[in-house]
Design a protein around this ligand. Structure first.
Ligand SMILES: CC(=O)N[C@H]1[C@@H](OP(=O)(O)O)O[C@H](CO)[C@@H](O)[C@@H]1O
Length: 385
């Protein structure tokens, strides 16, 4: 049985992080999101993986190679243009000759769901469904018993027919490729359109799933998913990290290789520090993801933040989460728990104050003593006053 994993998307709402890395490579507890998906597949005993890659695929291919380190055999299928999840599935057609499963490459799920969907007793086509408090952000599924009646993709402004959503894990036969071709109306084909067509024919089985389902769509999801994975795995400090004896760790935290934590720094729950990151004396960091090679200087205070790789947060700078209103890819989100999202190679001067929800583009410079909110473009320089 083949598992087709969709990993071609950009993840626009995670910009600027996804300007330099595809969404499946965004780190959760210092490991790319896609590793968790591959592990769930491998743990379910599936070895044959077709990874559909596209946006910045070199990053994925150089990290995962032939997949053998994850106990799978990876074949790469390239989706040159991101023309929808159905179009992405269709890229696997040349390799498929029987039933297969499909998973989104950016949702962390239990391997038990993969086993259940892949099991011979589960008829194809099938889709995993789960309850959601925000169904309109997903594909909303209506059921008749265990049969799917319809799939309504992101029905914003429409009446919700159910609080059940498509969990992004499917089983298909090769006939889905015809359904995908038939639903390709405007040069784009979401897999949900094909699924809706198959549902109208009366054949799609719903597989109910109430287990772990961690979705990283927006920056604050990255923080909450990082934190829940740390809660599950507990603290991990790499043996090649140097943590000063006077530093306080009130975990769970994940500290990767060659990280340097200086005296009296405080690392609180939900914090991941990427390889070679440096945390200055007396800095206080909670619920924050620091990417590799970043530096947080002495006395800085970061709550609910993401610090991109190779960026510097100057001494005594502060960024704390709160109820932020944040615009992402043209959409406004309210009550977001986000301190600041700082891109890669950003230079933030000493004493800078970042208001909740500030987003700073890659390669930006913020001069010392500045107070900032909103969005800073890639490469911009912000001067005080
Ligand atoms: C077009 C498409 O594939 N939409 C899917 C897909 O949404 P994305 O926003 O593309 O990640 O995954 C969701 C859950 O993982 C599912 O609910 C939804 O129906």
């Amino acid at each position: 049985m083949y598992a087709v994993i969709l990993a071609a998307g950009e993840g626009m709402r995670l910009r600027p992080l996804t300007r330099t890395r595809p969404k499946p490579m965004v780190p959760i507890a210092n490991r790319p999101l896609l590793e968790y998906v591959l592990e769930a597949v491998a743990d379910a005993g599936i070895e044959d993986v077709i990874l559909v890659v596209g946006y910045k695929r070199e990053r994925i291919q150089s990290h995962f190679g032939d997949g053998n380190d994850w106990e799978v055999d990876i074949t790469y299928a390239v989706q040159e243009k991101q023309l929808g999840t159905g179009h992405a599935v269709a890229q696997a057609e040349p390799y498929i000759d029987g039933e297969f499963i499909v998973l989104n490459g950016d949702r962390i799920i239990d391997s038990s769901l993969v086993s259940h969907i892949a099991d011979d007793a589960t008829p194809a086509p099938a889709v995993a469904i789960r309850r959601s408090e925000t169904p309109s952000a997903y594909g909303v599924v209506s059921l008749d018993g265990d049969r799917v009646v319809s799939v309504d993709e992101k029905p914003t402004g429409r009446t919700l027919t159910s609080d059940l959503i498509n969990a992004g894990v499917y089983k298909f036969t090769p006939s889905v490729f015809d359904a995908i071709r038939e639903t390709d109306t405007v040069g784009e084909s979401p897999i949900t359109a094909a699924l809706d067509t198959l549902a109208a024919e009366g054949s799609v089985q719903a597989v109910r799933y109430g287990g772990r389902w961690l979705d990283v769509s927006v920056p604050w999801n990255l923080l909450s998913v990082n934190s829940s994975v740390l809660d599950e795995t507990g603290s991990h400090v790499d043996t090649a990290a140097v943590v000063h004896g006077s530093a306080t760790i009130a975990g769970p935290v994940d500290i990767d290789e060659d990280v340097h934590v200086h005296p009296n720094a405080t690392l609180l729950a939900g914090t991941s520090l990427g390889a070679n990151a440096e945390i200055g004396a007396n800095a206080v960091i909670s619920n924050t993801v620091v990417l590799p090679d970043a530096t947080v200087e002495a006395g800085a205070v970061l709550h609910d933040c993401i610090v991109g790789s190779n960026s510097v947060v100057g001494a005594n700078a502060t960024a704390s989460g709160g109820d932020a209103t944040v615009a992402l890819a043209g959409e406004l989100y309210e009550s977001a728990r986000l301190g600041a999202l700082i891109g890669d190679n950003v230079d933030i001067g000493g004493g800078v104050t970042l208001a909740p929800g500030t987003i700073i583009g890659n390669d930006a410079t913020v001069h010392e003593g500045t107070t900032l909110d909103g969005h800073v473009e890639d490469g911009a320089t912000i001067r005080r006053g």
